[in-house]
Design a protein around this ligand. Structure first.
Ligand code: SAM
Ligand code: SF4
Length: 340
């Protein structure tokens, strides 16, 4: 595609925001059952309801031809999808896609990290909420900490451009591990982002309102040991992400804080999500969506129609989301359906 065509077909919404980043959920399944993400007893979708690998590829290709530069594979646990490496290999070859990245719980990395790097995955986010094996098992219900640490080390050995740890911090569960996690990241030279828990799906394990701990409180805890300096993003370095970054004077490691409650980043939003069922979701905190699976299955091979539908969907992107901890969750989907 020429630059001219790509400019004409760019995905611009009603508020002038350009969408150039897609988060693609490749499965709702997972080998963990993190307490903030899933119920213990989950029913997963039947196979015919989720996009096939071929359909996922078609969707990704359509987005890239519409100017999308970055695709993040997520889920559920993306690496437990059968034959996922074959899709990743093809995505890695898509012309025009600058960044193929992945969010994973790390459990499959000991065996997959090398292939992922070879197939063109540039950066990888690994979730890690606790460094205590017993607590890690409690939070994930099924996870094995030593396996995830082995996965992190396999990713470091494979030589990704950047590895980032994501930690959801909850009061009364793991807020006492904040400094340990910072030290872990510093020792291994990994970036680290702290995520405020979001009210997605009804959970029973804890009261989200009581467990809420704000990013500014986390920064206060960290600053007492490691003074933090805000990283100023100018237009050239800003990645459109919801993280606010901070640096420490004695380390190259950056700390990010993702604060959907206390920091509204919607005006800078450059992303959309595609759920595992092929629903194009225009905003994480709203239900506005377009059913791409229906289009793919009613008109197989019609890439023009698919692109047209994606372009038109931009008119549905809401200006912002409103998450509230006090109300019942407005969003009943669990994060594993949406792709976090
Ligand atoms: N399974 C992969 C993983 O855990 O990294 C990818 C999918 S997971 C849904 C993506 C991210 O969403 C993880 O970092 C997880 O901690 C986060 N997450 C899940 N549920 C959340 C919630 N209710 N609030 C905030 N973050 C959540
Ligand atoms: Fe699985 Fe990731 Fe959800 Fe944990 S956060 S249950 S690892 S999808």
């Amino acid at each position: 595609m020429t630059t001219h065509e790509s400019a004409n077909s760019a995905l611009i919404d009603r508020f002038g925001r350009q969408v150039n980043y897609v988060r693609l959920s490749v499965t709702d399944r997972c080998d963990f059952r993190c307490v903030y993400c899933m119920a213990e007893d989950m029913t997963f979708l039947p196979r015919q309801q989720i996009l096939t690998l071929e359909e996922l590829y078609d969707v990704a290709r359509a987005f890239v031809s519409l100017g999308v530069k970055k695709i993040r594979l997520t889920g559920g646990e993306p690496l437990v999808r059968k034959n996922i490496l074959s899709l990743i290999e093809r995505l890695g070859q898509l012309e025009g896609l600058d960044e193929l990245v992945l969010t994973t719980n790390g459990s499959q990395l000991p065996k997959m990290a090398k292939d992922l790097k070879a197939f063109g995955v540039k950066r990888i986010n690994i979730s890690l909420d606790s460094l205590d094996p017993v607590r890690f098992r409690e939070l994930t219900r099924t996870g094995d900490l030593s396996n995830v640490i082995a996965g992190i080390d396999a990713a470091r050995d494979a030589g990704f451009e950047r590895i980032k740890i994501n930690a959801v911090i909850m009061r009364g569960r793991n807020e006492d591990e904040v400094l340990n996690l910072v030290n872990f990241a510093r020792e291994r030279k990994l970036d680290l982002s702290f995520i405020e828990e979001m009210p997605l799906g009804n959970i029973t394990e804890h009261d989200r309102q009581l467990a809420f701990i704000s990013s500014s409180e986390l920064r206060d805890i960290i600053s007492a040991t490691f003074p933090l300096h805000p990283v100023v993003n100018d237009a050239s370095t800003y990645t459109g992400g919801p993280s606010e970054y901070y640096s420490m004077s004695d380390s190259a490691v950056q700390l990010g804080f993702i604060s959907p409650h206390s920091h509204n980043f919607c005006h800078l939003c450059n992303r959309v999500r595609v759920t595992v069922e092929g629903r194009l979701l225009l905003c994480l905190g709203n239900e506005h969506s377009v059913d791409l699976k229906e289009i793919l299955r009613a008109h197989p091979g019609d890439s023009q129609l698919l692109k047209q539908s994606i372009r038109e969907a931009m008119n549905l992107k809401p200006e912002r989301h409103y998450f509230s901890l006090e109300d019942e969750p407005q969003i009943v989907r669990f994060m594993n359906m949406t792709g976090g």
